[in-house]
Design a protein around this ligand. Structure first.
Ligand code: AMP
Ligand code: MG
Length: 413
């Protein structure tokens, strides 16, 4: 197979994965998920006309007649005091006013609120020192949401503001796209878990299975649920047994390592053994050229490269959008935001692949961004990813990037 372009690989992945289902959750657990139901207002918000200010509810007709000002105030009888949380006890008639607090329901008869700053109250009467337009400082019923309106359609990502709206609609539970369970398999004879590595024998060339931890963190950050399958030795049967475990518990599988063309790279063989529908295994991208994508028993399988930077960058580029789509995200919301930055350093890259260079961003005086790389871009150098704000995208046809050029940067979360 020749290498697929990044865009074509993402296109094929997103064509192959679909939302996995729905679940009903408390609204606080819904943050970061996507509504799977249309949420309609069963009553208007606000439910009644109310005051936007502390002041006096009056009849605008009384103001038109006398045109109050500081020099010629008008005086009205105060017939009620309406605190927030209380209903008015009587209507406001001609020549009358009601003391009213912000958010309290407007009494019948009144249509305008004069702020407290423009009034002087004394002995059951109030002097108005200024006029106002009809309807001033009144929020009509249904101003925010009319009754019956579908205010939160299915597909809406749940943000803190959406949680607030759900609460206003008196909804404590809501149906959202289910969070996929994502199985993580680490392949490699050299791997040990953190605690095992602490007392590993010095005569063995072991390394910590750091990929499993960083991927679990990335999966959780995307809103999905990581499931650890543990470490598989570099043997076909060992990898197959773990993948079969994963198929029992997960909606999606991610493995790291064992996808190059080395003598110990068995992931592709295992997928063939399991009758997987393998779509591609090479992408014209750096980091991350060897990347297997296929469907195993209908479930998406991503065989990521083993190097720590490659596994995390390819997760960001190819797996994260797929997980987001499985959760119900649509359109641009499946992807990290991209900005444009002015490159502050000259460098060369081999052409033919799209490069994602780890970079740090700073603000420019004109309000834009400037980017510098974070150093050694080898895919085993995790510090350059640790220090990165984003990934600078160098198009496939480029050999050189000059100081002052503007290129896209994918912002990392
Ligand atoms: P591989 O793709 O299996 O040839 O692995 C490439 C490189 O990534 C090797 O140096 C591995 O030791 C390293 N590597 C593979 N898997 C992991 C892992 N789970 N955690 C950290 N490094 C790994
Ligand atoms: Mg390996």
């Amino acid at each position: 197979q020749t290498s697929l372009s990044v865009d074509e690989a993402i296109r094929q992945i997103l064509l192959a994965v679909a939302p996995i289902g729905t679940e009903r959750v408390g609204i606080l657990s819904a943050v970061g998920r996507v509504l799977a139901e249309d949420v309609t207002a069963d009553r208007p918000i606000p439910p009644w006309a109310n005051s936007a200010m502390d002041g006096f509810a009056v009849r605008h007709d009384d103001l038109v007649a006398a045109r109050p000002s500081r020099e010629r105030p008008i005086e009205l009888a105060v017939v009620d005091e309406i605190a927030a949380g209380r209903m008015p006890t009587r209507a406001v008639g001609p020549g009358e006013a009601a003391r009213i607090m912000t958010g309290a329901p407007l009494p019948a008869g009144a249509d305008t609120v004069i702020p407290i700053e423009d009034a002087e109250a004394r002995d059951g009467r109030v002097r108005l020192l200024a006029g106002a337009d009809r309807g001033a400082n009144v929020r009509p019923a249904g101003q925010d949401v009319p009754a019956g309106e579908c205010v939160l359609p299915a597909g809406t990502p749940v943000t803190p503001a959406v949680v607030g709206m759900l609460a206003q609609l008196r909804r404590s539970f809501v149906t959202v796209g289910a969070a996929p369970r994502v199985a993580i398999l680490s392949t490699g004879d050299e791997l040990l878990e953190i605690d095992e590595a602490a007392d590993a024998r010095p005569d063995r060339a072991t390394i910590v299975n750091s990929n499993a931890y960083q991927l679990a963190a990335a999966i959780a950050e995307a809103g999905a649920r990581p499931v650890q399958l543990g470490i598989a030795e570099d043997r076909r049967e060992a990898i197959r047994a773990k993948v079969e475990n994963g198929l029992r518990v997960a909606d999606c599988l991610v493995s790291t390592g064992g996808v190059s063309v080395g003598d110990y790279d068995f992931v592709k063989d295992v997928l063939d053994d399991l009758g997987a529908d393998v779509r591609f295994w090479k992408i014209a991208v750096r980091p991350g050229k060897p990347l297997v994508f296929g469907l195993v028993q209908g479930r998406p399988y991503f065989g990521l490269p083993g190097n720590p930077v490659s596994s995390l960058v390819t997760f960001e580029l190819f797996v994260r959008p797929a997980l987001r789509q499985m959760m119900g995200y649509r359109g641009e919301r499946r992807f990290r935001p991209t900005i444009e930055a002015e490159v502050r350093e000259r460098f060369t890259v081999p052409p033919g692949r799209r490069h994602y260079l780890r970079c740090r961003l700073s603000r420019t005086p004109d309000g834009g961004y400037a980017a510098v790389t974070t150093g050694n871009q080898d895919s085993a150098i995790l510090t350059s990813l640790v220090r990165a704000d984003g990934l600078l995208v160098v198009p496939e046809d480029r050999r050189e990037v000059r100081v002052g050029e503007r290129l896209p940067v994918v912002l990392l979360g």
